[in-house]
Design a protein around this ligand. Structure first.
Ligand SMILES: Nc1ncnc2c1ncn2[C@@H]1O[C@H](COP(=O)(O)OP(=O)(O)OP(=O)(O)O)[C@@H](O)[C@H]1O
Ligand SMILES: [Mg+2]
Length: 399
């Protein structure tokens, strides 16, 4: 997590987008020092522009001795050479203009990268973490749930330990799409917040018997969504990626705080386009937003769903509009709603159907390829292999 040290209580809102949801605001040097000392989850401290340079340097010097892996980033209204050299000498990692939110997000990403490499080095680099893949589109009804359920079922059916998390917390339909009757949901993690571990997580998932996929379903009551704190989602995903090879996240059609938390921890982001102008426009806006918050372009996989619909717009038009290549085209097919209505995954029910083969191509060529050591946990007997430094988070290596 990050700490923003700023005497101005409204600063957290100003920097919210650049710093991400996992940020706590503190207004005094004493509180920041205590947090660094007491809370090992704190990885980055961002010092606001109103904090005097001497105090900022003092904190950086102290932190360098006590927590060498901690990143300290200093925001200044004017970045001059004197402040820069004094800050860097004290151990500040980066000095960034307080007005440039993109630069702040990028500095934070670089700093997290370094922190996770330092932590990985200190722990011998033996902890393997699963990959988190978030399926997102800013427009509803484009195929997020279809794609996330079938992607997750295919991974699980291939022998990889996989969890599907339904983050469409108010209107999630993963359970109904897979004919699951969950006794528990994401909401049950709230009471365990702060103490969630792999066993606690295992107690609230439901198994899709046909594939072995584990599913953490959305709450039954749409009103519960607002009662799920963002840090609970972060905690679920951090615990999940330690115990699963793949964690697939289905999302609602908007950048909620919960979605941002998932994006923040994701290694890959599947963005869905369809051949209609509003969907393309929304995808462009989503891509701009992701650029703004410093999410790396190479983590994005653009999928064109219902790619062969004859509606006057072509795949090339979409690529030109979003200025990014389409990785996989998924055809339009009546077998999709038919399988959803029967509560079966098309990759299992009709594995040779063009829709199923293109979803499997997406998984095998674009999701699994990113991980060279992708052996089913059941085959190598453990989930060990990749070092934390080998992980590629969208915002880089948050723990
Ligand atoms: N390739 C396809 N061919 C035909 N129908 C499809 C295809 N992909 C999705 N659909 C249908 O489109 C509808 C919406 O799909 P889905 O529920 O996966 O979208 P979504 O993005 O999750 O929607 P929401 O934003 O409401 O959660 C469903 O009825 C589904 O069966
Ligand atoms: Mg959906």
């Amino acid at each position: 997590m990050n700490i923003l040290w700023d005497p101005d209580p409204s600063a957290i809102e100003r920097y919210r987008f650049a710093l991400g949801p996992d940020t706590q605001a503190l207004d005094s040097s004493g509180m920041v020092t205590r947090a660094i000392h007491d809370n090992t989850q704190v990885e980055q401290v961002i010092i606001g522009s109103d904090v005097p340079l001497d105090q900022a340097c003092q904190l950086a010097e102290g932190a360098r001795l006590e927590r060498p892996e901690l990143g300290v980033i200093l925001l200044r209204t004017r970045v001059d050479v004197t402040a820069l050299s004094q800050a860097l000498r004290a151990g500040v990692r980066e000095v960034v203009s307080a007005d440039d939110h993109t630069a702040i997000a990028e500095a934070l990403r670089r700093s997290r990268d370094l922190t996770s490499r330092l932590i990985g080095h200190a722990s011998g680099g033996t902890v393997r973490e699963g990959r988190v893949v978030t399926v997102f589109s800013a427009k509803g009804g484009v195929g997020k749930t279809t794609l996330s359920t079938n992607t997750a079922v295919h991974l699980a059916h291939s022998g990889l330990k996989t969890l599907l998390v339904d983050l469409d917390l108010s209107f999630g339909d993963v359970a109904i799409s897979l004919q699951l009757v969950p006794a528990q949901s994401v909401f049950d993690a709230v009471s365990m917040s702060g103490n969630l571990d792999d066993q606690a997580l295992a107690s609230i998932v439901v198994t899709h018997e046909e594939s072995g996929l584990h599913v953490l379903c959305a709450p039954n009551d749409p009103g519960d969504a607002d009662r799920i704190p963002v840090p609970t989602i972060t905690e679920i995903l951090k615990v999940a990626r330690r115990s699963y090879d793949y964690v697939i996240v289905d999302t609602p059609p908007s950048f909620t705080e919960h979605v941002l938390a998932a994006v923040d921890l994701s290694d890959s982001l599947i963005l869905i386009a369809t051949l209609d102008i509003p969907a393309v426009k929304n995808l462009r806006v989503a891509i701009d937003t992701l650029d703004m918050i410093g999410s790396p372009k190479d983590s994005r996989i653009i999928v064109l769903n219902r790619a062969d619909a004859k509606v006057g717009l072509r795949a090339e038009d979409v690529e030109a509009a979003i200025k990014a290549p389409i990785a996989v085209n998924i055809p339009n097919s009546l077998t999709v709603p038919a399988s959803v209505n029967r509560g079966v995954a098309i990759v299992l029910d009709e594995p040779k159907a063009p829709v199923a083969t293109s979803i499997k191509e997406l998984v095998d060529s674009h999701i699994r390829v990113a991980r060279a050591d992708d052996t089913p946990a059941g085959l190598n007997g453990s989930a060990d292999g990749a070092t934390p430094s080998a992980r590629k988070s969208l915002f880089r290596g948050r723990k």
